[in-house]
Design a protein around this ligand. Structure first.
Ligand code: ZN
Length: 274
């Protein structure tokens, strides 16, 4: 996970991971447009008007800092007003602060890296979930749940398991037999996804937490860095073992020729090939 502070609203829109490269997209000040609608402007003259009554929309662009990428993310949403306390040396003051509340980012910055080892369906689910994060957190949680289903497909956990009722629960139980720790994480993702499907109440922070959990599972079960390191070590060991045997053969053959004919042709053992 990148060191971005993911939040539903921002005092300043700064930088997010670029959807197209490994760099970041940064807020372009000149692109910011804020407009208050007529109803909101007319309401200012009302006696009981408060700063909470303003209705302001905004849009802006985030531009990739990598000049060779040049990606542009279009952001739009509304301005949220919130009362904040400021503690001075002598007195405490209260001010109304404006926060950007994005409702759309296109293309959506990735909350976690999309592993190239994931199936295309899982990658698609993740990218859709990144977009839904801003629009509808419940729908985002639901898409994360769909991604879990597709990840179980990739891990070859069957959709129907003999002796168990059909459904995600049974599939997670099956995975837990071999990976109990990760089964527990997938179970949590399922619960949040179910809440998103049924009562629709899932907080922004919880959905971001679910992305972190997904990243953890993908790293362990799909990317498998330990297995890859073991495989790389094995290949390295085999390569050097073969080289040592080949050197020994050359040494032996060289030894047979050496005493009488130092200028004789080199040993006929091939040093190339593998
Ligand atoms: Zn970029």
């Amino acid at each position: 996970m990148w060191s971005v502070s993911w939040g539903a609203k921002y005092y300043r829109l700064t930088e997010f991971p670029c959807p197209s490269c490994k760099s970041t997209v940064a807020f372009e000040k000149e692109s910011l447009v804020k407009r208050e609608n007529l109803r909101s402007r007319n309401a200012h003259s009302s006696e009981d008007w408060t700063p909470y009554d303003v209705d302001i929309r905004f849009s802006c662009m985030l531009v990739c800092k990598n000049p060779r990428c040049g990606e542009i993310v279009a952001v739009s949403g509304y301005i949220d007003v919130q009362e904040e306390l400021f503690y001075g040396e002598d007195e405490t003051t209260m001010e109304f602060m404006e926060y950007f509340r994005p409702l759309s980012m296109y293309p959506a910055p990735p909350v976690i890296p999309v592993s190239p080892n994931l199936s295309r369906r899982c990658q698609g689910d993740l990218r859709t979930a990144f977009s839904l994060l801003w629009v509808d957190t419940a729908a985002c949680a639901n898409r994360q749940r769909v991604m879990v289903e597709h990840m179980l497909d990739q891990l070859q956990i069957p959709r129907r398991i003999a002796g168990k009722p059909p459904g995600l629960n049974s599939r997670i139980e099956k995975l837990s037999e071999e990976h109990p720790r990760y089964g527990g994480i997938l179970d949590a993702l399922k619960e949040v996804g179910n809440a998103g499907s049924h009562d629709g109440a899932v907080s922004f922070d919880d959905v971001v937490q679910c992305f972190k959990l997904i990243e953890h599972v993908v790293t362990a079960l799909i990317d498998k860095p330990d297995e890859k390191a073991e495989q790389a070590a094995l290949e390295l060991k085999e390569r050097y073992r073969r080289k040592r045997s080949s050197d020994k053969i050359k040494e032996n053959q060289g030894g047979q020729n050496a005493p009488d004919s130092p200028a004789s042709s080199p040993p006929s053992v091939s040093s190339g090939g593998d």
